[in-house]
Ligand binder design. Sequence first.
Ligand code: SAJ
Length: 423
Amino acid sequence: MSASFDTISMIGLGYIGLPTAAMFASRRKKVIGVDINRHAVETINAGRIHIIEPELDGIVQKAVNEGFLRATTQPEPADAFLIAVPTPFKDGHVPDVSYVQAAAESIAPVLRAGNLVILESTSPVGTTEQLVQWLAAARPDLSFPTDGASHVDVNVAYCPERVLPGQVVRELVDNDRIIGGLTPECARRASALYRIFVQGELLVTNARTAEMCKLTENAYRDVNIAFANELSLICDKLDINVWELIKLSNRHPRVKILQPGPGVGGHCIAVDPWFIVDATPEQARLIRVAREVNDGKPHWVEKKVEAAVEDLCSGGNLARSDVRIACFGLAFKPDIDDLRESPAVEIACALARKYPQRVIAVEPNVDSAPKALQSAGVALSTLEQAVAAAHVLVLLVDHRQFKETVPAVGKHQRLIDTKGIWG
Ligand code: SAJ
């Protein structure tokens, strides 16, 4: 079976699919990007991008202009297909793999002998085997790697992405990559495909281990952040500065505690551990509690703000209806403009519900507030104006701009610093 891939198709042109498609295209491979989102397809075909990621716009523009990248809403025949579609969870934190199934069913009609299919979406263990079942059901004329069969028409592997939003372009190339083949031949072909642009090591294993590896990496980080967040609650009770405590503890040669914050946001770390909990609820006790600790942190911050308001108003000099609250930072982590799945937005919205028309927000990385905040009546402001106007200052994201400008907090003001940079 040939290992050459002249035409590569990427199913799903989101935060992972588009950069990956662009990397193949930058190596002068013909790439067909497929997405059900017509706006995304049109934007890409115009040489522009519909997502926010440094350096990506120039790479996509060049790839489209030179004819190596083209987007469409309907799958077309190709040598290799990569699937990078969302895998959210449903009610009860149950994984929803319906987008993977839809992607499988959409490529099935154009599959042909010699193809390689790779699943990149973060997925519950067993999804790659399930993917083969969907493909085989749709194409009984082709053979797939079921029951360990090695000589098959279509090879299938699971290869998770591990890139950090904000540095996707560099990490796609440099990071080591897990290649989970359903058979050794599947892994060999998948390795050959990624070798086109990956400079990191390609580490071969089976599909189930690769699926679990991705979930493990994000659950590991979630548990570690939960440890830091739990410490922040404990220190608050015991009147200890958690930031100093962590700094001192980290001077032990084998201790490396992460940083507390307002909660865990983003599209991965707050989701993926649930896939482990769903599969093994009795065993995954620590992983579940870590999720609960991190999910509970925004509520704890809200309660701290309420206590600060009560404190300010208890003297009778300030009416509750006159209290102004400023939230500093809305992004889900520092120095990015991605406000989706952000605990800071969750906190600002909750505060705006509790104190209507009394909440302002400062986010140096965006021009306008997201709809959720606008409809909650939260206005954007500058750092200086917000510091001057607010009675309660709530630092939610340790953006560079906030680290550079530490405001003086007046006697009539209260500071809730969830990142320990203004304390
Ligand atoms: N956070 C803290 N304290 C910390 C570190 C992070 O509160 O010490 C918070 C952040 O503010 C943010 C959340 O955690 O709200 C997640 O941020 P992150 O930088 O830890 O991770 P993501 O979601 O941007 O990217 C993660 C990465 N996974 C790991 O580091 C194990 C990335 O490599 C994955 O590719 C990505 O998830 C993904 O797509 O799965």
